[in-house]
Design a protein. Sequence first.
Length: 123
Amino acid sequence: MLTLYRRHLGSCGHKVVGRQWKRCRCPIHIQGTLAGKPVRKSLDVTSWERAEMLKREMEDGVGDPLAPPPAIPMIEEAVEKFLADAEHGRKLTRATIKKYKVALTQLKAFAAERPRFSFRNSP
């Protein structure tokens, strides 16, 4: 369970009220446990609504919204994973899988013709 609180600046008059005071513009921090690991850090925001959204994302398993985004997979790898899921995971019919294969072949050809849509991971 994660808890939001404001860590009042030295110049803030609400410092004596406590960290539950929500009506000032001091930075918001988060504290608690997430997946059994202790969490205590600044969210680098001053909006309580934005802090609540970041907290929900962290609790819903979206991951750490402050962490760098994961690497983008290559197109060929993404196509293979998608087709494997379509055939085995979702158990789609042969006709549907055939349509997907045609569309994905066209996607690969499109990406191969354009250098900015290369098969390599983008930096």
